[in-house]
Design a binder for this molecule. Structure first.
Ligand code: ADP
Ligand code: ASP
Ligand code: MG
Length: 461
């Protein structure tokens, strides 16, 4: 069995879906479990619907739902033109949208949107896309059964970012998949959406369909997990901001996990973890160029040392914590970390001195409670104008000269913090957000574009 996950751009419209279905058609001998995202931009639209509902703006919400409905009806019409299944598909889309309209209407009347209701609203994108694509696959002769991901992907009750319950998932996925494969060539399910054990709606966080795919792959012991997207694979940097990136043909699980965690949007940060548990290779492939080489993400011993990529995180915050009392250093560190752990705020980079700690963390987290706690024994300074750049590659800390060379490519901007991870695969810098893009381009140019520079007797890449 293989898992094939198709992101928003791979299912953006009827043309993209037709291409996607032909890619799936070429893999039927490997029993594909197809995991789909919502159509491109649909999740953003659903967020707008949720926002309008919470503001009680029913008119705006209804208009957005009309747009949602007509986009999916048009899609069904284009994919199923002249097919007897069209009427059924159209009715299903209309039913899903009218149920959403009623639900949103009730929220508008109530004037309050809980995370649970929000998760229910934004889960509709994947539900709609998988419904239409399932019909389209069947209409093209691929016998495909539909699986409700909410029955298999069980999470905690953190509705907008459920933490998967792996034991439950390991039990439910194989049962659901083997039942659905009976008499079928392929099965299809939704990425991103999940539920608690009590059946309340949850989602895995933005970009979570990659994570769904790897959880499913883990649960069925898949032969491979394929992440089909709109780029030729994992690249040396984000092609949206760096013009001359190169494709990376092979990369280790650790490198890919670190890249994703440190900002490379091509994979959800948690994607690699379930794959590593079962040592399942993950391939990143381009649905617009299916014959391309792509990137294989494999066990570390199959991967050579050296710099692989530069990633960045724009939305971070830098927190400086100064001890106000003369407590000993270990007591101070212990209280600081207890506060982060109690309030479930996770930290990316840390550097410490005698009575000061600097930390970076994802800027989307709610840090008020942590700051309140820390302020009882320390002065806390929070800076949201910074960004983080990470150079990633296996054993790069052993590459003499890399830090010096990278720092010299950053000569035009202030560097507020440097952190060399204990994992040996990551060296990160904190710079002003305003100079981040130029800095990423500069580091990339230096490491990948200029020349194969050498350091001592070891090549940097
Ligand atoms: P999907 O909708 O298929 O999940 P995403 O937009 O989530 O696609 O991820 C693919 C995008 O990730 C690419 O279009 C690219 O702009 C971005 N990206 C960021 N960093 C990298 C990188 N190092 N390699 C490849 N793509 C990257
Ligand atoms: N549709 C969801 C999102 O846009 C999940 C995904 O695409 O992976 O975040
Ligand atoms: Mg994605």
């Amino acid at each position: 069995m293989i898992v094939m996950k198709f992101g928003g751009t791979s299912v953006a419209d009827s043309e993209a879906i037709a291409r996607t279905i032909s890619i799936i058609g070429g893999r039927l001998d490997r029993k594909p479990i197809v995991v789909v995202s919502a159509l491109s931009k649909v999740t953003d639209l659903l967020y707008k619907i949720a926002d309008s509902a919470s503001e009680g703006d029913r008119k705006a919400a209804d208009e957005y739902i009309e747009t949602l409905q007509s986009r999916h009806i048009t899609l069904a019409e284009e994919l199923l033109e002249g097919n007897p299944m069209l009427e059924e598909a159209r009715t299903k889309v209309a039913d899903i949208c009218s149920e959403l309209k009623n639900f949103v209407g009730a929220i508008c009347a109530l004037g309050e949107l809980t995370d649970r209701s929000k998760a229910r609203i934004i889960s509709r994108g994947e539900w709609l896309s998988s419904t239409v694509i399932c019909y389209a696959m069947n209409s093209r002769g691929i016998i495909t059964n539909f699986i409700d991901a909410r029955k298999m992907i069980i999470t905690s009750d953190n509705h907008m970012k459920g933490e998967p319950d792996k034991a439950e998932i390991m039990k439910r996925v194989p049962e659901a998949v083997s039942a659905a494969f009976s008499g079928a060539d392929a099965v299809i399910t939704q990425g991103f959406i999940s539920s608690t054990v009590k059946g309340e709606p949850t989602v895995l966080g933005r970009g979570g369909s990659d994570y769904s795919a790897s959880l499913i792959g883990m649960a069925v012991d898949a032969e491979s997990i394929e992440i089909w997207t709109d780029v030729d694979g994992v690249r040396t940097a984000d092609p949206r901001i760096v013009p001359c990136t190169k494709n990376i043909s092979r990369i280790s699980f650790e490198e890919a996990a670190e890249m994703a965690h440190f900002g490379a949007k091509v994979l959800h940060p948690m994607t690699i973890e379930p794959a590593v548990m079962k040592n399942i290779p993950v391939y990143v492939l381009n649905s617009m160029n299916p014959g391309g080489e792509g990137t294989a993400i494999l066990q570390s011993d199959k991967i050579e040392d050296g710099v692989k990529s530069v990633s960045y995180k724009e939305n971070i915050l830098l927190m400086n914590i100064f001890s106000t009392r003369m407590i000993n250093v270990s007591g101070f560190l212990q209280r600081v970390f207890a506060a982060f752990s109690e309030h479930k705020v996770s930290v990316d980079l840390i550097s410490t001195s005698e009575a000061n700690i600097s930390l970076t963390m994802d800027g989307n987290q709610d840090i008020d409670a942590v700051v309140g706690e820390l302020s009882k024994f320390a002065d806390v300074d929070v800076d949201r104008d910074k960004a983080q750049i990470s150079v990633i590659g296996k054993n790069i800390v052993n590459l003499r000269g890399l830090l010096k060379q990278t720092m010299s490519s950053l000569k035009d901007c202030n560097v507020y913090m440097i952190s060399q991870g204990a994992s040996f695969v990551n060296i990160s810098f904190v710079v002003d957000r305003s100079s981040m893009k130029d800095a990423v381009r500069e580091v990339h140019r230096y490491l990948f574009e200029d020349k194969d520079y050498e350091s001592g007797d070891q090549r940097i890449r």
